[in-house]
Ligand binder design. Sequence first.
Ligand code: ATP
Ligand code: MG
Length: 360
Amino acid sequence: MNSNRVYTIASIPGDGIGVEVTPAAERVLEATQKRFGFRLDVEAVDYASCDYYTKHGRMMPEDWKKRLEGKDALLFGAVGWPDTVPDHISLWGSLVQFRREFDQYVSLRPVRLMPGVRSPLADRVHGDIDFVVVRENTEGEYSQVGGRMFAGTDRETVLQETVLTRTGTDRILRYAFELANGRPRKHLTSATKSNGIAISMPYWDERVEAMAQHYPEVSWNKFHIDNLAAQFVLNPSQFDVVVGSNLFGDILSDLGPACTGTIGIAPSGNIDPERRFPSLFEPVHGSAPDIAGKGIANPIGAIWAASMMLDHLGESDAAAAIMRAVETSLSDERSRTRDLGGKADCAGCADAVIDALNAA
Ligand code: ATP
Ligand code: MG
């Protein structure tokens, strides 16, 4: 928390329903500022969008980094409009740039069962589902190291290396253990596959064990990724903080939110815990061209992302208040959007959250 509690934010709506859900989230943020006595200094950003690409031939201005690196956080909508710009250009020209240049090495995805949202696991769940997936976001299996040999012959051989550095491994594990240490259950689960991947994964396990020594209060266990994926479905209540390498974390961070219902409510953070650079918060969903422009998108994913952003900025009371208001509004059928079987539109759903905030 900074002393005068003024935070500079870049609001980057992007494309499609990003343009609808981001303003909804901003309105919720505005309502919390008054209540909790901090101020957000929000700059609206029109780049990192396919519209910008159409006009300028690039996703972002050349000096984008200089413009954004001093911000306290970035609130992102969605990017992509495949009819006009291929996804690899829009994605690599925006989100991937942020992740790399701002060294957002943590990808954080909360997974929580919410009222009014039908989970495909509804009949299986005994107890709460409330955990977080922590994914390593910069190295691991998604490396550029490898190559093809004997191309086009019977001996064709393809190599793709996994890169685990001690710095990269330890910093994600430290973040995950810190997070677990600050949560009531203080439990961490590590995703591994050291019975099959004989070099990199035993190293990962070793570093988990070493890091665990610094956190005697945190209980921890490890699962092989195949079993872990099964456990997400069979017994999701057992988890608190789940940490995985880039690939394993990627898989789990889609599987987790899928277990709890709709893509419309899931949020995500791309975080630099050391705060050298701004972290980015966004809904998990994409630009959803099929429903864009109709005002019917579910804004809860963006609102939840805004709550994560406040938490990151140190405004945890306001962040928690937003989540309580989200739960209150989701409990009422009238404020649910169509993807949740309701009739509310995007703005109406955000209004309900704001009403719940003001009533609390
Ligand atoms: P990405 O390009 O990010 O991988 P995508 O384009 O494949 O994602 P989305 O844009 O997330 O997928 O949309 C997938 C489906 O979910 C679409 O049918 C879309 O309408 C629906 N959907 C996504 N987000 C929302 C939302 N906030 N509210 C309602 N429906 C949504
Ligand atoms: Mg898409």
